[in-house]
Design a protein around this ligand. Sequence first.
Ligand SMILES: [Fe+2]
Ligand SMILES: [Fe+2]
Length: 268
Amino acid sequence: MSIIEYTTPLAGTAWTKDWEVATISRLAVEAGHEIPPQPLPTRPPGPGDESTEYYSCYASVAGLDKFIYESCASGMGLVEDAEFQLLLTRQIGDDGAHAQRYREVVAKGTGFDPLNSIDDEARYQRELVGDLTGRDLAGFLAFEISYELYTAPEFLILGRTARVSDADLLRSGAERFGPDEFVHRQGVANWWRSLVARLPATEAAELTAQVRSRDELLWQRRNDDITRRSSVAEDATQANYPLIRAIRSAWRDEVHQFLFGEPPQAGS
Ligand SMILES: [Fe+2]
Ligand SMILES: [Fe+2]
């Protein structure tokens, strides 16, 4: 049985692949861009600096996955619901496998095992976020929203517009990373809505307010780092990162609308 079948979408908009693509495509048009319907052709990273930058970018992405599976593993203790625990076991397995796959590709491309850089990046993320994600359920959910739900535009736009790509990574991205990350996003989003629907109204409102305040804190704490990472990734892949940056905040509004029922703010 797949995770999709045992999460519980509620009435109204369900978090589906079609909804993600349609929403992100609409935001792109509103920002004056178009997302190509199929991935653009890519070439492998060139020798020398280009290759070094490219693989170092992906060692750092592996570090993010390491931080994510570590956070999910410690978050397991904050979640009493069996359905969400099962989703977390899948996330831990998938994001661990992603980190390992990036590690293998970087090692093959450079001749060096990037394990220390991966570890450094995961530690850096931990320092950035502090204990915000491990204190309580609201903080943990804010972590899931930030590190999983907010990444949808980057996955889609990078996949369609990258001009430089390692062939092994391209294949793993299409076959594994992309589909897995969609399941993570859909699982968290639909579970959150089913949780809110089950809770008494005052408890739901209280938890929602806590998640929103942790989300705001995390948005501020991660802002500079995300901007920096996006410029490194733009240099490495030559993908349409200006578009990814242009719709970052508008996509967050859409996610909020899905999770909290609040309409996106015009012009934000
Ligand atoms: Fe991942
Ligand atoms: Fe993930």
